[in-house]
Design a protein around this ligand. Structure first.
Ligand SMILES: [Mn+2]
Length: 243
């Protein structure tokens, strides 16, 4: 069997003058997670609908990576001051790639922003800022030296794909997000929640389509949150789909 090619959604970085260029990039955790799971990472550009379809036809799976806040107009809200900078170009490209993957039945793994934009694509909505809109004891934005560690727990739905994968009804996860899922979209089935009730993982309600979404970052934390299991499970689905 050929080695699976996995498309990664790119992030956008804008350099200051005189290096006033737009860069698309992804971080090394993302590429390493795919390499370690036995795939070849392929970084996309910002794709229109036809380009996304062309790319996904040649690829074997899609990794919706983490990144910037989502443009609130996509879920019918006005942008509030506590929403950070958005990248409409990326929002549109992410949705085009996801649409193509679903059309072609290619397996999809969604991490952090990926988990959020896939939910929005399916008609769900977002908290624009958790500390403002859902204040509580659970710290979801931990971007320090502890980002690879578990900073809060999630309760795992019994019998769900995540439960079958981990064998646990509670696991510790890292947390590097200030936005979160408010309402779920069509076909979004939650399978893990943080102690404050936020949906932290979901799967797509379609037996013929592998789509798993995680609000945390298993690619950064191979040990503490069953990180590599999550990517190995994705790659297993990719290989089965290639047969
Ligand atoms: Mn969290």
């Amino acid at each position: 069997m050929k080695t699976p090619f996995i498309v990664l959604t790119p992030a956008k970085m804008r350099m200051e003058e005189p290096f006033d260029q737009k860069y698309t990039y992804t971080n090394g955790y993302n590429t390493a997670a795919i390499v370690n799971a036995g795939g070849v990472p392929v970084l996309a550009g910002f794709m229109d609908e036809e380009q996304a379809l062309q790319l996904m036809e040649r690829a074997d799976g899609l990794f919706m990576t983490g990144g910037a806040d989502i443009e609130p107009s996509l879920y019918g809200e006005e942008k509030q001051p506590y929403c950070a900078a958005t990248q409409p170009e990326r929002d549109s490209s992410d949705c085009n790639l996801l649409k193509a993957a679903l059309k072609l039945k290619k397996p999809v793994i969604c991490i952090c922003r990926g988990c959020q934009i896939a939910n929005v694509f399916l008609g769900g909505t977002m908290y624009q800022d958790l500390p403002t809109q859902m204040p509580g004891d659970v710290k979801h934005s931990v971007y320090d030296e502890y980002m690879k560690e578990s900073t809060h727990t999630v309760k795992v739905e019994e019998g769900s794909p995540l439960h079958k994968l981990t064998g646990k009804t509670e696991i510790g996860v890292n947390s590097l997000h200030h936005q979160g899922i408010k309402t779920t979209g069509k076909g979004v089935v939650p399978m893990a929640w943080s102690p404050d009730g936020l949906v932290e993982s979901w799967y797509y309600d379609d037996d013929t389509q592998y789509l798993r979404a995680y609000q945390w970052h298993p690619e950064m934390s191979a040990d503490s949150v069953n990180g590599m299991n999550i990517f190995a499970d994705f790659m297993k689905a990719v290989k089965e789909n290639m047969k």
